[in-house]
Design a protein around this ligand. Structure first.
Ligand SMILES: [Ca+2]
Length: 82
């Protein structure tokens, strides 16, 4: 009976730490592995926050993020943290 809350707390703590690691603020340049000036979907690690929201920020729907599209993500993330 006392195990259930402990497990729940541990799962929540682990979830938060995983999210913090995944959402580590990697720069546009570090994500642009082939340096073509765009971050394509396959250049984003599966654990990155952008992986789940890629289409939200790919506003011109060309399947890759430009610097300006990435900046929208970065600034929205900063607003979330304030
Ligand atoms: Ca690229």
């Amino acid at each position: 009976m006392t195990k259930t809350p402990l497990i729940a707390v541990a799962a929540v703590a682990f979830g938060f730490s995983t999210f913090a690691l995944a959402d580590d603020g990697r720069s546009f340049q570090s994500l642009d592995a082939n340096n073509d000036g765009y971050v394509s979907r396959d250049e984003i690690p599966a654990d990155h926050a952008l992986a789940a929201n890629f289409s939200t920020y790919d506003t011109d729907a060309d399947g890759r993020l430009s610097q300006s599209e990435f900046d929208v993500y970065t600034s929205s993330k900063q607003r979330d943290e304030e």
